[in-house]
Design a protein around this ligand. Structure first.
Ligand SMILES: NC(=O)c1ccc[n+]([C@@H]2O[C@H](COP(=O)([O-])OP(=O)(O)OC[C@H]3O[C@@H](n4cnc5c(N)ncnc54)[C@H](OP(=O)(O)O)[C@@H]3O)[C@@H](O)[C@H]2O)c1
Length: 255
């Protein structure tokens, strides 16, 4: 099936690792032109190598920048747009988990703020700074990577929960503000655990093999991003799509 991305320009923050990298790979496989942003120059080099080896015919570019610092992100966006010429779809996958496991009275305020800075301010700036480009895009859309942690919680995840809860409402607010005047759709994908460096670090494991809970691959989530961004999903706007194997739907009823 043609998802409608051939020749389209895609910008992915957090495209150097995990879900963002898998999403970049899937878009390139659909013959899109892809620009990725991440903070580490080393991870950028290795991500570009992986993507260009897998898709030798595709236009794939990268620029180092911090999504939570307006000047740095603007520079990175400008560098990508200088190469691609525009942006039709933007994906914000950049995010951090912060320190996990601490109860509320032991979470330092600066650590709480840092998670909001990257996950919430970063998503806001990613939309704000690319908006002039998406307004000129073809069937434009934003897809934010939220989390089931915006809807359900476990002890010791306060800062992350707060940040992903904010993204659910940012998605709704942007979808209302941008669709009617500009034809831009805004949705988010909200996975439970995905096997990425962030999740392995956060859970303190080397691998998820043999665990007794469901774990998605980055490709599982990338596919959902492409599904929402595709013009074939033109009726879908303002949705936070939970990808959690239905855990959020469970009753406490002992059946
Ligand atoms: N893995 C999970 O279980 C899971 C579940 C639900 C939601 N998510 C969400 O999925 C998204 C991607 O996470 P992942 O699991 O793929 O993690 P990951 O493998 O650690 O990738 C995170 C990406 O974000 C980039 N990044 C982080 N802070 C940044 C900043 N300030 N500016 C620019 N780039 C930045 C990283 O680049 P650098 O390494 O260069 O900083 C990296 O490319 C996050 O928003 C996360 O909250 C993950």
């Amino acid at each position: 099936m043609d998802l409608g991305f051939k020749g389209r320009n895609i910008l992915i923050t957090g495209g150097t690792s995990g879900i963002g990298l898998a999403t970049a790979d899937l878009f390139a496989g659909e013959q899109a032109r892809v620009g990725i942003i991440g903070r580490s120059a080393e991870r950028m080099d290795s991500a570009l190598k992986v993507l260009r080896t897998a898709h030798p015919e595709a236009k794939i570019v990268g620029s180092v920048g911090d999504v939570a610092a307006e000047d740095s992100l603007q520079q990175a966006v400008d560098a990508i747009v200088a190469e691609l010429g525009g942006i039709d779809h933007a994906v914000n996958s950049a995010g951090i988990a912060g320190t996990l496991g601490d109860p509320v009275d032991q979470v330092p305020a600066d650590e709480f703020l840092e998670v909001q800075r990257v996950n919430v301010l970063g998503a806001f700036l990613s939309v704000k700074l690319t908006l002039p480009l998406l307004k000129k895009g073809v069937n434009p859309s934003y897809t934010l990577i939220g989390s089931d942690s915006g809807f359900v919680t476990a002890p010791g995840m306060l800062a992350y929960n707060a940040s992903k809860g904010a993204l659910a409402q940012l998605t709704r607010a942007l979808s209302v503000e941008l669709h009617e005047p500009h034809g831009i759709r805004v949705n988010s994908v909200c996975p439970s655990i995905v096997d990425t460096p962030m999740a392995r670090d956060g859970m303190g494991v080397e691998s998820f093999s043999g665990v007794d809970y469901p774990v998605s691959t980055p490709q599982d989530i990338g596919w959902l991003v492409l599904t929402l961004a595709s013009p074939k999903s033109r009726a879908v706007n303002g949705v936070s799509l939970l990808a959690d194997y239905g855990y959020h739907a469970r009753s406490s009823f002992p059946a």
